[in-house]
Design a protein around this ligand. Sequence first.
Ligand code: CMC
Length: 423
Amino acid sequence: MTESVTITDNRTGESVEVPIVNGGVDASAWKKLMPGTWFLDPGFSVTASTASEITDLDGGNGILRYRGYAIEDLAENSSFLEVCYLLLNGELPTQAQHDTWVHDITFHTYIHENMRRRFYEGFHYDAHPMGMLVSAIAALSTFYPEAKDVRDPENRYRQINRLISKVPTLAAMAYRNTIGMPFVYPDNSLSYGANFLSMMWKVAEPDYEASPVLAKAIDTLFILHADHEQNCSTTAMRVIGSSLADPYSAAAGATAALYGPRHGGANEAVIHMLNDIGSYDNIPAFIESVKAGKQRLMGFGHRVYKAYDPRARIVKNHADEVFKVTGRNHLIDIALKLEEIALEDEYFKSRNLYPNVDFYTGLIYQAMNFPLDMFTVLFAIGRMPGWLSHWQESVEAEARISRPRQVYTGLPERKYVPIDQRV
Ligand code: CMC
């Protein structure tokens, strides 16, 4: 079998044979044969925007691997900071590399006091923490103007390090601002996850001691969120990065892309949905309204997974351990029933709609006491190393500026009409 496709322009009879490499076809052959004729692919359903060595996602078979390691293996055996290193460097760290990396991350958790005193205090009391986080990440670029020098590898390392270190601080600060509690400074004696929980929940106790089960759970959830190849927010990161903007500005754009309910905002939407359903009795009517197209079953469906999202399975398996510490989240029963019905129902089966990562994460976050509007913030903390790995890969590859074409469907040229002659 020849691993190629032949494209023929029927207007001229000219053909070009293009090899299929790694499941992709190089679009430059098309450009040579048919300059000025564009592929129309809204939402990039069939367009690969880049080649990448970071994450392998086989949506048909429900497989997710970071740098070749199965997500199940990493969730079971690794830690979030080790996974960050793996995503960014391509290999698991040696002990010495691991220690340096963890030290570097741990000792960059503080942020400039002006961020807290002047910047955060300017937000309205009910500002959404995602809105604050997007703005705060962008504002960091003003504190590190050298970050603009994106082509210098040492400089890149410093900014990557700062972003991974500081995003939990910014996130917790957003929360404390919302509830009117004083900011808790980072505690560098704690692990990444435990320090975040301390900044969230510490009140007057001298040292905050996070439950090891919950610190481990948050670390695992961060691992599951760490990367997901060319999703909406990562694409935003690469697109902004392609203009050679600094990584804080690019990460702020990625965070904004994550905010929407079709992407990272879905975990929050799932809890609203489960609350609205309220009880077992209302499930059949809810499913019918989804099938009638009146609403979506949030936390279900995915552009690339046409099988069970492997991350959802891991989260589901962790839920009971968390509930042993926090108490059971009663909404889990409605979620389990919804899943059971949907997996048997022709509407969902025929469209390959399975639970995605957001279906169960919200239940765990809620049991851990995180308010709903912090859920997407948690996703953003976990996704930061993925965004940065893609940004780094793209800058190192000297990627061209992202500039898609359009198929213009508007009016042809017409003359300006003065306002008094318009009807
Ligand atoms: N509930 C009911 N029907 C659905 C759902 C759903 N959650 N998702 C897709 N469909 C239907 C949709 O109506 C369409 O049916 P038809 O062919 O009859 O018109 C078909 O399935 C294909 O849907 P689509 O909108 O073309 O699929 P997409 O690939 O553009 O959208 C999605 C993917 C994730 C935006 C969508 O499945 C969705 O809105 N899901 C709910 C929101 C959600 O859970 N998002 C989190 C995604 S995972 C976390 C992340 O990576 O961000």
